[in-house]
Write a protein that binds this ligand. Structure first.
Ligand SMILES: O=P(O)(O)OC[C@H]1O[C@H](OP(=O)(O)OP(=O)(O)O)[C@H](O)[C@@H]1O
Ligand code: HPA
Ligand SMILES: [Mg+2]
Length: 184
């Protein structure tokens, strides 16, 4: 799916695919340097982080493991309920592991602050966060994020894994939707 397939549903492209890829090249180089000589476990947060997890993992030279967690705070809407539920837990025992949580977006920060506390309670050697997008002005709680792709304005965005009512995850770019989409 690309912009041309969206008709008038697309408002504007915030981050084209080339910028996302170029930024991931830089972040992967940093992660490779920071975790050299250590065993790294990437924990992707389903479903939004699927694209960034796949694209980051492929850029790393380090051997890594990947695991997945599904938590939900948004349901089908555009604002966080603040209530986080585990829909799927990790298969991996975190004790003594170096963990890098991979996320598509930190918006209110509620999902990640909850997840960080949850994973830290499992006895890992370290837990850090990589997120492709962050909305600094939307933060309800401050979360210490080690690697940030881009800071974006407080607008609801879709694409590159991010959905509105489960749609638009397969756009290669990050963009905003025309207001009529939300009214339908
Ligand atoms: O900082 P916050 O305000 O908590 O928002 C960020 C979270 O919300 C989205 O997940 P969502 O619950 O929509 O699940 P999804 O990834 O399956 O779309 C997104 O993928 C983050 O996990
Ligand atoms: O801006 C957003 N778009 C899609 N999903 C989200 N989950 C948190 N913020 C967003
Ligand atoms: Mg969502």
């Amino acid at each position: 799916m690309d912009a041309a397939d969206m008709g008038d549903d697309l408002e504007r492209i915030l981050l084209p695919a080339e910028r996302l890829g170029a930024r991931l090249d830089e972040i992967a180089a940093q992660v490779d340097a920071d975790y050299a000589g250590r065993d790294l476990l990437l924990v992707g947060v389903l479903k939004g982080a699927v694209m960034v997890m796949a694209d980051l993992a492929r850029r790393l030279s380090l051997p890594i493991e990947m695991d997945w967690m599904a938590v939900s705070s948004y349901g089908a809407g555009t604002t966080s309920s603040g209530v986080v539920r585990i829909l799927k837990d990790l298969d991996t025992d975190l004790s003594g592991r170096h963990v890098l949580i991979v996320e598509d977006i930190v918006d209110s920060g509620l999902t990640l602050s909850w997840l960080l506390a949850n994973l830290r309670s499992r006895g890992p050697a370290s837990v850090e966060i990589m997120t492709m997008l962050r909305k600094p002005e939307a933060a309800k709680v401050e979360v210490d994020v080690r690697y940030v792709g881009f800071e974006i304005p407080t607008e609801f965005v879709v694409g590159y894994g991010l959905d509105y009512a489960e749609k638009y995850r397969n756009l290669p770019f990050v963009g905003t939707l025309a207001s009529h989409v939300y009214a339908e």
